[in-house]
Design a protein around this ligand. Structure first.
Ligand code: MN
Ligand code: MN
Length: 298
């Protein structure tokens, strides 16, 4: 059960994400600084009264997920690219998560429509108490019928307060075991996010370089006083949500981040890259269930 106040925060976070997502096409063009895209998205989320639920992810071509600008990033959007912008906002830990793919004169523009169509069809089959595996079936069928391939090891996910990946995964292919009873529960939040690639691709991502997105994994934190202060500040700001190295680098004691990573208090996400280097498109919405309804919050 979600209280009226919790529902209100989820819907407000969704509204913020929707508004910022609509601005994104104007931020993404050939030669645009990736760091500026990230910062504009994140500052618009704050301006509208939310906090980023995770760093703005910019996935260029074969990068599927988990890249954000490091401090002093000089990367620019190349010519003829598909650029995925994945953004999230939270209010008091109540998260909305959504993504859009922009074509910068890409020859793979069709993949965007296919990702969006997969998402639309998925949203049509979701019901309270319905099978989660129905989403994977309809997403895979839609994508394959258009001559493309889903990414089999990137999934949607349940979301809980201050937690982006809350256990249950929402596959984009059929025939994958689903945890959490395998059904959409009442009063729950889920992100649904098809990823599409070329039919000749492997259709899966592998770990690439580290992506400058971290989160706290060891809640008890470090013992020594100096790193404790830095850890406490991180926890105060981000709790268990992902944060950018770019953000942490502005906090006193940032030099201790390496130590906290080494002792596994902090985890850094690797960038996820299509295994055969093929371009990926993505579309994503967050949904909330009531006792009987499904509401798209984003
Ligand atoms: Mn997302
Ligand atoms: Mn997501």
């Amino acid at each position: 059960m979600l209280t009226e106040e919790e529902v209100d925060k989820l819907l407000r976070a969704g509204k913020i994400v929707r508004a910022v997502r609509e601005m994104v096409p104007a931020f993404v063009f050939e030669g645009a600084m990736v760091s500026e895209i990230c910062e504009r998205v994140e500052s618009e989320i704050r301006r509208l009264g939310g906090e980023p639920a995770f760093p703005c992810n910019v996935g260029i071509n074969s990068v599927g997920a988990h890249y954000t600008s490091p401090p002093d990033d000089t990367t620019v959007v190349p010519a003829e690219a598909l650029v995925k912008i994945d953004l999230g906002a939270h209010i008091d830990g109540y998260v909305a998560d959504s993504a859009i793919t922009i074509s910068v004169d890409s020859e793979y523009e069709d993949m965007i429509r296919v990702a969006e169509e997969g998402l639309e069809r998925a949203l049509q089959v979701v019901t309270v108490g319905g099978r989660i595996s129905d989403v994977g079936s309809v997403v895979e069928k839609t994508i394959r019928s258009r001559g493309f391939k889903p990414i089999s090891n990137l999934t949607g996910h349940q979301i809980s307060r201050y937690t982006i990946h809350a256990g249950v995964s929402i596959p984009n292919v059929s025939a994958i075991e689903v945890g959490g009873g395998g059904r959409f529960q009442q009063w729950s939040v889920y992100a649904i996010e098809p990823f599409v690639t070329l039919s000749v691709a492997a259709g899966e991502v592998r770990n690439g370089p580290l992506g400058n997105i971290l989160h706290i994994v060891k809640l008890k934190g470090p013992k020594d006083a100096e790193s404790r202060r830095f850890f406490d500040e991180l926890y105060k700001r981000y709790k268990t949500l992902p944060f950018a190295r770019r953000w942490a680098s502005k906090i006193d004691g940032y030099g201790l981040a390496k130590f906290l990573e080494a002792e596994r208090t902090l985890y850094e996400y690797p960038v996820l890259v299509e295994a055969t280097g093929k371009t990926i498109a993505q579309a994503e919405h967050t949904i909330m269930t009531t006792d009987k309804e499904v509401i798209v919050t984003t």
